[in-house]
Design a protein around this ligand. Structure first.
Ligand code: SIN
Ligand code: CO
Length: 393
């Protein structure tokens, strides 16, 4: 078990999501234009995408997250030109005596611990949640970074505290060093470079070479996307099929003929097994069910914190009618038509309940609502820690 989930609240006086503007985030261009001209195509630098951004976390608060066993953290150090990688969870001592320069601490899934971070991640709702991965935050002192590399996913790099120089290159040469624990490019020929200040944002498409070097104590917030490989998808689909297929019958051979070669695999056996395998089939509904479960399945290190003394259904209903309902930051609720997928499980909704569940899935919260048909289900989710009463930050 991990440490109890204590949502971090952002210090007052810093950027608040109530000041968020999608138009400003994308530098005045519409999400439609962004998707047509930049998404998966070319970089976009937006100065002051989130003015005043940066104070939600500092080095100390990030280091505390890196101690948790339900957070994925990495420490990258460059010592005499050699790259070293350590994975968390860390002990306080591991992070206390670090040098003044040339290292970086990275924590993934910060959206699970920081409600504002979750709201920021889901503010990128012009891209389907099925594509969203997580919010990663790094801290680096002067000179720190993870070296020139490329990512297989799209990323929005938002400058938090301090300044960072980003160099980028559209190079095709993506050969990486053989002996480094991270995929660092053997050769890097930057063609553009910018210094990012707090609140600036750089969008990079997949496979775009980049290198971020801290010019002072510096924090970078990365909104990353999921790009499962075909191998991942197919492997997971085959696992799904194994769990969901219920083949019936046995091999049988009442017409067996004696063979001069007892070691030879009989032709009739091949035919029969081929027939059994041909009975495996899937259609779009099966693919949808697989995708919904797969995409909404929490990662292995994620667990939920059910309320210690949950309200009874009637009291829960009253609380939702008064304060509304929100998804826990770790919950993934996706849907297609009237089929909903909540944290790896599927449920069908009726015409009456669909609209409410769609709002909860799209907006990740419900305004104060009187629940009728949905009360038992939402209470079940509340008891499991998937949803909580109240509003988003
Ligand atoms: C970082 O925050 O240092 C890494 C971000 C990236 O290059 O993808
Ligand atoms: Co990167």
């Amino acid at each position: 078990m991990g440490k109890p989930h204590l949502p971090l609240s952002a210090p007052s006086g810093t950027f608040s999501m109530s000041a968020f503007s999608l138009e400003r985030l994308l530098g005045g261009i519409s999400p439609e234009v962004f998707l047509t001209e930049y998404w998966q195509k070319k970089p976009l630098l937006v100065r002051q995408a989130l003015p005043g951004f940066g104070g939600w976390l500092d080095r100390d608060r990030l280091s505390k997250l890196a101690l948790r066993d339900d957070a994925e953290s990495r420490l990258v150090r460059f010592i005499r030109g050699q790259c070293l990688l350590d994975r968390g969870p860390f002990e306080e001592d591991d992070l206390a005596g670090l040098p003044k320069k040339n290292w970086s601490l990275l924590v993934s899934g910060v959206n699970h611990f920081l409600p504002d971070g979750d709201a920021l991640l889901h503010a990128f709702d012009f891209i389907p949640y099925a594509r969203l991965d997580d919010l990663m935050v790094s801290f680096a002192p002067t000179g720190g970074g993870v070296g020139p590399h490329f990512d297989s996913y799209d990323v929005f790099l938002i400058q938090g505290l301090g300044r960072r120089r980003w160099e980028i290159s559209a190079q095709d040469d993506l050969e990486v060093m053989d002996d480094a624990p991270l995929r660092i490019l053997k050769r890097f020929a930057p063609t553009q470079s910018w210094e990012l200040e707090p609140g600036d944002m750089l969008y990079l498409p997949p496979q775009y070479a980049h290198n971020g070097v801290a010019l002072s104590d510096c924090m970078t917030w990365s909104v990353g996307f999921r790009v499962p490989t075909a191998e991942d998808m197919v492997g997971n689909f085959l696992n799904y099929m194994q769990d969901h297929l219920k083949p019936v019958g046995h091999y049988s051979d009442p017409d067996l003929m004696r063979s001069p070669h007892p070691a030879e695999i009989p032709e009739t056996m091949l035919d029969q097994v081929e027939g059994m395998l041909k009975a495996i089939h899937w259609d779009k509904t099966v693919v949808e069910d697989f995708l919904g479960r797969y995409l909404s399945e929490p990662k292995a290190h994620i667990f939920f914190d059910p309320p210690e003394r949950p309200l009874k259904p009637a009291a829960f209903g009253k609380a939702v009618a008064k304060k509304g309902l929100r998804l826990d930051a770790r919950s993934q609720l996706l849907f297609r038509g009237h089929r909903f997928y909540m944290n790896g499980e599927r449920l069908e909704c009726t015409r009456e309940t669909c609209a409410l569940l769609q709002t909860l899935a799209d907006r990740r919260h419900l305004p104060p609502t009187t629940l009728t048909e949905l009360l038992p289900l939402l209470h079940e989710w509340y008891v499991a820690g998937f949803v909580a009463t109240g509003s988003l930050p």
